[in-house]
Write a protein that binds this ligand. Structure first.
Ligand code: X8Z
Ligand code: ZN
Length: 608
């Protein structure tokens, strides 16, 4: 499945309210007689065959919609989604018939997973199901085709606005661009509120408190225990974030003045070099440790060589093949969308697909020649290599150990894009000496450490929206309360309830759960540590690259092949030897930078 909408092929959508006959779920065996273990086996196998078939149809419809947004493709995708959702809901309900039947552990696991395949469950009422499906599809299309138009008539899309917010240091331009983009999301508000109502009704029909509880139920533990687990991990890494925040704010105050960036207050969200203030790598020159510059910019190197989208992607593929993975199939290169087409609307937000659950792997991305996209390509290919590794598992196991693992694989690989690696592949001549480590760590922290609270807060907002704790009349207030609390950022201008700022971030209108990215941010350092150990690395972790190391490749492959067949702690153990998600690996990785930041922050008032 696409790593965007539902996060897994199991959760996909399917085909046509007109095709009502498709909705007949396999007849329950022997009418009302108590079901047996043999019945359960037949039921699961039938469900898997059927869901696979419908998922493939839905994938194709979705692919066409995502790469060619029109009224018609939107409807076709919504209809496909509708059928898959209806059938999935039916199966989930029918699975409850087997709750009291003694099943072998494997069948029990698949039976339980059958209750959890959806990201948005729909009410049984076909009209409501159709409505939900259309809302979800149209919200995503609305986001993806949004433009911010100036009074003069010039209209800019997200890619153009992002270029400006990433490059400009003129606070007036930044404010204009930030507000322009955020205002495009206002139109989503009513549809989003309706979607929340319908999806909650569907989740309750399946026995969950609400959609948020349904999302939290997918981690081999109680939903409440998972929420506590997220808090625990966040508290492990928060001191590092706080130190980075303090230093960055101080530099921004020096740059823009106390009126624009008041000390002791949250940082205005338009000044961090990213539309959502979720990664701050574009501020590197403002905040870098002196005399520690690594002496190259990957963006610069790629641009100098005119590296195009295909060649960028080839770099990613070659990393995986160096570990022993088979090359991508020819169809990947024929069918992927690697650049933004000039003549039609598409969903530019990057995603990875496995259309047929076998070899039809693709990515869809609007690649630009820069370091961020170079890394994102590795991220997307991580999804594809995972998908291919678990393709021989039963349908219900064709997913990652938990959704954080799916997001972590490519990022783990990208942690191996070290200077040593860049020299090996001929992009740089000279590896910077250890005196430049602080610069390397700062660059990475601006991306990964800055991201951590953002990775937590999005679903804190959605969990509260789904539970009703944040009602529709307070969507925006609730959003900014959480952004202030976790990230320590504030809106650059007052934002009222006419705005719908959460809708300006893809995953909200795209209905992609977001805690997965926070987990991935933690997990990738654990996995990197485990793989570097397998590769016999002796030096500091931020200088370790597993490029070309077959032993690390075998370890990784072993974990990927497991798919969702075992609880995630076992998958984690296969690479790291530990069964716990743990922020220590990340904290240790950045320890030298933390020491430097603490020194810089002496005498400053930190916090907000
Ligand atoms: O959405 C993504 C990927 C696709 S699964 C490009 N990411 C999050 C984001 O862009 O907000 C990767 C990092 C976080
Ligand atoms: Zn992803």
């Amino acid at each position: 499945m696409t790593y965007r909408l539902s996060g897994s092929r199991r959760a996909l959508l399917a085909a046509g309210s007109a095709l009502a006959f498709l909705l007949t779920v396999a007849a329950a065996p022997a009418a009302q007689a108590a079901p047996t273990a043999a019945d359960a086996k037949t039921f699961i196998e039938t469900a898997e065959t059927r869901l696979l078939e419908l998922s493939i149809q839905a994938e194709r419809a979705l692919w066409v919609q995502s790469t060619f947004i029109t009224h018609d493709t939107e409807l076709l995708a919504a209809e496909a989604n509708e059928v898959l959702t209806a059938v999935s809901v039916e199966y989930a309900k029918e699975a409850a018939r087997y709750d009291q039947v003694q099943l072998d552990p494997d069948l029990r696991r698949r039976m339980d997973l059958l209750k959890q395949t959806l990201t948005l469950a729909a009410p049984a009422d076909p009209a409501k199901n159709a409505e939900l499906s259309r809302l979800a599809t149209s919200l995503e299309s609305t986001y993806s085709s949004a433009k911010s138009c100036r009074p003069g008539g010039e209209c800019l899309d997200l890619e153009q606005l992002s270029d400006l917010i990433e490059q400009s240091r003129d606070p007036k331009v930044l404010l204009d661009v930030w507000t322009g983009w955020h205002d495009t999301a206002k139109v989503q508000r009513a549809d989003y509120a309706r979607l929340v109502t319908l999806a909650n009704e569907g989740a309750r029909d399946l026995g969950y408190k609400d959609t948020g509880a349904m999302w939290r139920a997918k981690y081999d533990m109680e939903p409440d225990a998972f929420a506590r687990e997220v808090d625990r991990l966040w508290l492990q890494v928060k001191p590092l974030y706080d130190a980075l925040h303090c230093h960055v704010r101080a530099r921004l105050t020096e740059t823009y003045g106390k009126d624009v960036v008041p000390p002791g207050e949250p940082i205005p969200a338009h000044l961090l070099g990213n539309m959502w203030a979720q990664s701050w790598d574009n501020l590197y020159d403002l905040v870098a440790p002196p005399a520690a510059d690594p002496g190259y910019s990957l963006t610069g190197l790629l641009k100098e060589r005119n590296t195009d989208a295909v060649e960028m992607t080839r770099y990613g593929e070659r990393f995986f093949t160096s570990l022993g993975f088979a090359p991508l199939p020819a169809t990947f290169w024929e069918r992927s969308m690697l650049t933004k087409p000039r003549d039609r609307e598409v969903v530019c937000h990057a995603s990875a697909w496995d259309i047929d659950a076998q070899d039809d792997l693709r990515i869809k991305m609007c690649i630009q020649t820069n370091e961020e996209d170079f890394r994102t390509i590795h991220h997307e290919l991580g999804h594809n290599f995972y998908q291919r590794a678990y393709k021989n598992q039963p349908f219900l196991y064709q997913d990652s150990a938990n959704d954080g693992f799916h997001e972590a694989v490519g990022d783990t690989i990208a942690l191996s894009i070290t200077p040593e690696y860049l020299q090996q592949i001929g992009l740089i001549q000279q590896v910077p000496d250890p005196s430049k480590d602080l610069g390397l760590l700062m660059r990475q922290a601006l991306d990964k450490v800055a991201f951590l609270p953002f990775g937590v807060m999005i679903d804190q907002w959605r969990w509260q929206v789904f539970s009703g704790q944040i009602p529709a009349e307070r969507y925006n207030q609730g959003w900014w309360d959480l952004r202030r609390k976790y990230q320590g950022v504030q809106p650059p201008v007052a934002r009222g309830e006419d705005a719908f700022d959460p809708g300006a971030k893809y995953h909200v209108p795209g209905n992609t759960p977001y805690t997965r990215y926070f987990l991935a941010a933690i997990l990738q350092y654990q996995l990197h540590e485990g793989l570097c150990k397998a590769a016999g690395n002796q030096g500091p972790l931020h200088r370790c690259s597993i490029y070309g190391n077959k032993e690390a490749g075998r370890r990784l492959q072993a974990m990927l092949e497991m798919g969702l067949s075992r609880p995630w702690p076992e998958a984690l153990e296969a690479v790291t030897g530990s069964k716990q998600m743990d922020g220590t690996a990340l904290v240790n990785y950045f320890a030298p930078l933390k020491v430097w930041l603490d020194g810089q922050n002496k005498g400053r008032t930190c916090g907000w």
